[in-house]
Write a new protein. Structure first.
Length: 225
């Protein structure tokens, strides 16, 4: 009888032990799934922030420089090319892009941005583009960059991300955002208790060709926290 009770007790202990192990494994799978989900959320946050920052860059430059006209070397006279504004040149370039099969999949907004990018590169590369370059560099550094950083912060916070150690990079003519989301472990007794970490992801927006024409804008890092 005593032997039977001992065997029964051992069986119960073994069963409880196996259940505990299975529970720990289950919680481990739950936490792994949570980590993957938070990692994807962090990537989405960084991606949305990089696109939002790229968009505000173009919008701000457009408002500030669409009326800009190249300073002619000679006074405007009959027979010489008309001194058109950047806005007029962009409108003409958009019309050209619409007839180009390479841009058939572009939306109207994407065509507008592409036209701005192409015209700015051409204007900045001209011998008479020095003044435009100087003005753009000033605006970018003292007016537009703070706007870009504010938009990045707002987007990260709107996605419940963390500003701590978040960064804005400009590399390879693209704006990249490094952002994180916090993952908190599901606990089982003392297992995984207090486990918490930030998962960082980094994502880049579309290429901005005119950045390579501006001094100090081909490679830089800005803190967002």
């Amino acid at each position: 009888m005593t032997r039977f009770l001992n065997q029964k007790g051992n069986t119960m202990l073994f069963t409880l032990g196996m259940l505990s192990i299975m529970m720990v494994m289950f919680i481990f799978v739950v936490n792994l799934t949570k980590v993957l989900a938070v990692k994807e959320q962090s990537n989405t946050t960084a991606q949305q922030a990089s696109l939002a920052v790229t968009s505000i860059l173009y919008e701000s430059l457009w408002e500030k420089f669409k009326d800009y006209k190249e300073i002619p070397v000679l006074p405007e006279t009959p027979g010489l090319p008309v001194n058109k504004s950047i806005e007029e040149k962009v409108e003409e370039r958009e019309m050209d892009l619409r007839t180009n099969s390479s841009y058939a999949h572009f939306s109207e907004k994407e065509l507008h941005i592409e036209a701005i990018d192409q015209i700015l590169v051409e204007e900045l590369q001209k011998p008479t583009g020095k003044k435009l370059k100087e003005q753009m560099e000033l605006e970018m550094s003292y007016q537009i960059l703070p706007e870009m950083k504010d938009v990045a912060r707002e987007t990260i916070l709107d996605n419940n991300g963390n500003l701590e150690e978040s960064q804005l990079f400009i590399k390879n003519n693209r704006i990249e955002i490094k952002a994180s989301q916090t993952v908190k472990a599901t606990t089982f007794g003392e297992f995984f208790k207090g486990l918490e970490d930030r998962l960082f992801q980094q994502s880049a927006g579309p290429k901005i060709s005119f950045l390579s024409e501006l001094s100090g804008w081909s490679d830089r890092t800005e803190e967002l926290d």
